[in-house]
Design a protein around this ligand. Structure first.
Ligand SMILES: O=C[C@H](O)[C@H](O)COP(=O)(O)O
Ligand SMILES: C=C(OP(=O)(O)O)C(=O)O
Length: 359
């Protein structure tokens, strides 16, 4: 009797992927980019530690699919960030990895040509280059860490990380977060459950040992120190938003009960806006109002925004793509984004000033 093959029965191919070191050699860190990352991380950590009275806002496209439009966005955002720097730290949302409810385009790293060629090697290098370019503009970047190997390729260029609603309960993602060098926002689950995010913060704060890769792309027992900068992100779910005063108070109580810092970020999009971009300004205004009224647990907000409002399906002929328009979730336009950020700046000026004077 011969041995019957029992492994890799559903694997079509193993194609070569350059190591993190090789990709970094092609797109090396620069001094100005490094300075933006260090400053961005410090600002967010200081906000979480209450050493900085401002709030951070992670704002940008639902996903990056066109580097040129993305950089156009980044240049505009940098000007806005400088304008409102008294009250807010703007972090550009640079999402390359999309967790899908069932199927769909999984992002710029997975399929950079958006034609099912899945050139992850090209996607990873281009993603790294994009992050470098945004950082050189002087903006910190925030991303969702979905693939547990990917941070080895670009983690040095990230200032804030999200663990998404579909993965906050995943041990793999909690382990990975325990080793990330950035603050990590854990989203409540898609059904609205906040406990998974609280458990994720506790888990990620501890050291873990797990299977990963090192910078040479070799399997490694990865041993982490634990990440004390975990916090919750309220994104709504289970058919209802959770940015209202009662939901935020419940989140504060849950954090206190778990002996965790009362740090809450509100995602103005997703189930908090019923996935309708036109509601995002209302959510942001409501949350800014809560801060004005004395709330001190909300440390940040998130906005899904692009140059052009709405979204578009990915056409078979990519030349038909509308410039600056999302190919995933619908976003608010650049003009609306400016208005949202400027209104929030005006609403927060007094309260942030008071916090500053108290310090
Ligand atoms: O923000 C992104 C989307 O909400 C998430 O990736 C899920 O998208 P889908 O439900 O369209 O698959
Ligand atoms: C997938 C996202 O969010 P959530 O995990 O809240 O669905 C996202 O922000 O792209």
């Amino acid at each position: 009797m011969s041995v019957v093959q029992t492994e890799n029965l559903n694997i079509a191919a193993f194609d070569h992927m350059p190591s993190p070191e090789e990709i970094k050699a092609r797109v090396p860190m620069t001094v100005p980019a490094n300075a933006a990352v260090v400053a961005g991380r410090k600002a967010v950590m200081d906000i979480l530690d209450r050493r900085d009275p401002r709030v951070f806002v992670v704002v940008g496209p639902c996903s990056i699919h066109d580097a040129e439009a993305g950089l156009d966005y980044a240049r505009r955002l940098k000007k806005l960030a400088d304008e409102v720097s008294q009250t807010m730290v703007l972090v550009m949302r640079v999402y390359f990895e999309k967790p899908r409810t069932s199927t769909g385009w999984k992002g710029f790293i997975n399929d950079p040509f958006m034609n099912d060629s899945f050139r992850i090697d090209v996607g990873m290098e281009r993603a790294r280059k994009f992050l470098l370019d945004v950082s050189e503009i002087g903006l910190p970047t925030g991303t969702e860490a979905l693939d547990p190997i990917a941070p080895q390729y670009y983690g040095d260029l990230i200032s804030w990380t999200a663990i998404g609603a579909r993965t906050s309960e995943s041990q793999t993602h909690r382990e990975m977060s325990s080793g990330l060098s950035t603050p990590v926002g854990f989203k409540n689950a898609t059904d609205g459950d906040l406990e998974v995010a609280i458990n994720a913060i506790i888990s990620a704060a501890h050291p873990h040992s797990f299977l990963g890769i090192n910078s040479h792309g070799v399997s490694a027992i990865t041993r982490t120190r634990g990440n004390r900068y975990g916090h919750v992100v309220l994104r709504g779910g289970g058919g209802r938003p959770n940015y209202d005063t009662v939901s935020i108070s419940l989140a504060e109580q849950a954090l206190t009960k778990a002996k965790l810092p009362r740090n809450v970020v509100v995602d103005c999009s997703h189930a908090n806006s019923w996935k309708k971009p036109e509601y995002q300004p209302l959510v942001m205004k409501d949350v800014a109002h809560q801060i004005r009224e004395g709330n001190d647990s909300v440390v940040g907000m998130m906005i899904e925004s692009n140059l052009v409002a709405g979204n578009q399906p990915i056409p078979a002929d990519l030349s038909q793509l509308k410039y600056g328009c999302s190919v995933t979730d619908a976003c608010v336009s650049w003009e609306t984004t400016e208005e949202m950020i400027r209104n929030t700046d005006a609403m927060l000026r007094d309260v942030i000033g008071k916090r500053e004077r108290r310090a």
